[in-house]
Design a protein around this ligand. Structure first.
Ligand SMILES: Cc1ncc(COP(=O)(O)O)c(C=O)c1O
Length: 390
C-alpha cells in the first residue's frame, strides 16, 4: 500500500492522460469526462494552447515571491477586475484559502467598524472548504464532526430563505457579512433564486454588511456567465474563486469591491505560493481561451442541451425527483442514495459524481461538444433507469 494518509475513499481507477473531454486509465480504457476534476479542468485535458503557455512559462520563470512585484499577477488582477467589476484581488492557491481570506477580510472590516465580535451569516448545506474557519462556515455536520471546537462567529440560516436573514438582521448587531454560494455545489446543485440574491444584496446595503459570494465551483464561465451572480445584475463586495480559474494549476483568488476594498493592509494576509507567475499564466490563458473561443455562450448552449435532453430521456421515470442547475453545472436528484452510480458509470466509460447522497452531479469542461453531450445523456439516462428499476 502507498504511504498516503487515509483521507479519501478512492475508487481503484487511475488516469494516465487525456484529450479534450476524454481521459484514459492505466489499462488504456477510454472515459467521457463529465466531471472535469470537480469543475477544475475548464479547458478539458491537454488543451494545446494551455500546454504551450505553461511550457513556455515553466521555461522562463515559475516562482519568485510576493516580496516583489509579479507582473503576471498584476495583469491577471486587471483582467479579473474587468470581467467582474470588482476592484482588487488577493491571490492564493485554493478555494478554502480564498474563503479564509474573505472571512479574515470580513472580520477586519467589522473591527474597523467598532464591532469586537464580528459574525458572518452562512447557509445550511453550504460548502466552503476544509480548513478550520471554512469547515466552521460549511453547513455540513459530516465535514465538521471531530474537529470541534469550531471557529466561532458564524450564524447559520436556511438557503433561499430571505426572512431568516431579515430576522437575524433585526436581532444581531454583530453581523458584518453574508457568505453564500449562488449555486451550492457540494450541497446538491441548489440554485439561489433571483429574488433571494437581490434581497441579500439589499439587506447588506441597508445594514452595511459585506455581500460575499463563493464562486469557487460555479464561477469562471461554468453557468454560461463569467460569474453566477451576474445572472441578477448585482455586484458583490467580496467574491472567491479557485477550481476552474487555472484549468488544473492550483490558484485561488479573493476579490473585493467598494467598501470591502482597501481593508487589508501590508502584513494582514499573505501566501508564499499565492499568485506565482506559473499559476497566473494558467489563469490568464484560461480566461483568454474562454473569451477567444466563445466558451461562455458554448457552455450555456451545451448546458441547456444536456438539461433538456436529460429531461426528455428521463421523463416519467419514477424516482427522478428533479433535474436542475445552470449551464454546465447540472444535478439530477433521485429519491434514494445513488453513490453506486459512480462505479456503474465508470464501468460504462463515463466519469460523473454523486453529491449530497442522492444527486448525480455533472460538471463537464467548457469545451464539452454536442457529440460529448449526446454520449453523456445516452449513457447516463440508461444507467439511471437501470438503477431505479433494479
Ligand atoms: C463552493 C466551494 N467553496 C470552496 C471549496 C473549497 O475549495 P478547495 O477544495 O480548493 O479548498 C469548494 C470545493 O469543493 C467549493 O465547492
Amino acid at each position: 500500500m502507498p504511504h498516503l494518509m487515509n483521507t479519501y475513499a478512492r475508487l481503484s481507477i487511475a488516469f494516465t492522460h487525456g484529450e479534450g473531454a476524454i481521459v484514459f486509465d492505466e489499462q488504456g480504457r477510454r472515459y467521457l469526462d463529465a466531471l472535469a476534476g470537480i469543475a477544475v479542468n475548464t479547458l478539458g485535458h491537454a488543451h494545446p494552447r494551455l500546454v504551450k503557455a505553461l511550457a513556455d512559462q515553466a521555461g522562463r520563470l515559475i516562482h519568485t515571491s510576493n516580496l516583489y512585484r509579479v507582473r503576471e499577477q498584476e495583469i491577471l488582477s486587471d483582467k479579473l477586475a474587468a470581467l467582474s467589476g470588482m476592484d482588487e484581488v488577493f491571490f492564493c492557491n485554493s478555494g478554502c484559502e480564498a474563503n479564509e481570506a474573505a472571512i479574515k477580510l470580513a472580520r477586519l472590516y467589522g473591527h474597523q467598524q467598532g464591532i469586537d465580535n464580528p459574525a458572518i451569516i452562512v447557509m445550511e448545506k453550504s460548502f466552503h472548504g476544509r480548513t478550520l474557519a471554512t469547515l466552521s462556515a460549511t453547513g455540513s455536520r459530516k465535514v465538521q464532526a471531530g474537529f470541534e471546537p469550531l471557529v466561532a462567529g458564524f450564524l447559520r440560516v436556511p438557503f433561499n430563505d430571505l426572512a431568516a436573514v431579515e430576522a437575524v438582521a433585526q436581532h444581531n448587531a454583530n453581523v458584518v457579512a453574508v457568505l453564500f454560494e449562488p449555486i451550492q455545489g457540494e450541497g446538491g446543485i441548489n440554485v439561489a433564486q433571483d429574488e433571494y440574491m437581490q434581497g441579500l444584496r439589499r439587506i447588506c446595503d441597508t445594514k452595511g454588511w459585506l455581500f460575499m459570494v463563493d464562486e469557487v465551483q460555479c464561477g469562471i464561465g461554468r453557468t454560461g456567465r463569467w460569474f453566477a451572480y451576474q445572472r441578477v445584475g448585482i455586484r458583490p463586495d467580496v467574491m472567491t474563486l479557485a477550481k476552474g480559474l487555472g484549468s488544473g494549476v492550483p490558484i485561488g483568488a479573493c476579490l473585493a469591491a467598494g467598501k470591502a476594498a482597501g481593508v487589508f493592509k501590508p502584513g494582514n494576509h499573505g501566501s508564499t505560493f499565492g499568485g506565482n507567475p506559473f499559476a497566473c499564466v494558467a489563469a490568464l490563458t484560461t480566461l483568454d481561451i474562454i473569451e477567444q473561443d466563445g466558451l461562455l455562450e458554448h457552455a450555456r448552449t451545451i448546458g441547456n442541451k444536456i438539461h433538456a435532453d436529460l429531461l426528455g430521456a428521463l421523463k416519467g421515470v419514477s424516482g427522478v425527483v428533479s433535474i436542475r442547475g445552470e449551464g454546465l453545472m447540472i444535478g439530477v436528484e433521485l429519491d434514494r442514495p445513488c453513490g453506486d452510480l459512480v462505479q456503474r458509470a465508470l464501468d460504462a466509460g463515463l466519469v460523473i459524481n454523486v453529491t449530497a447522497d442522492k444527486v448525480v452531479r455533472l460538471l463537464p469542461a467548457l469545451i464539452f461538444s454536442a457529440t460529448d453531450a449526446d454520449e453523456l445523456v445516452a449513457i447516463l439516462s440508461r444507467l439511471i433507469r437501470e438503477f431505479l428499476e433494479a
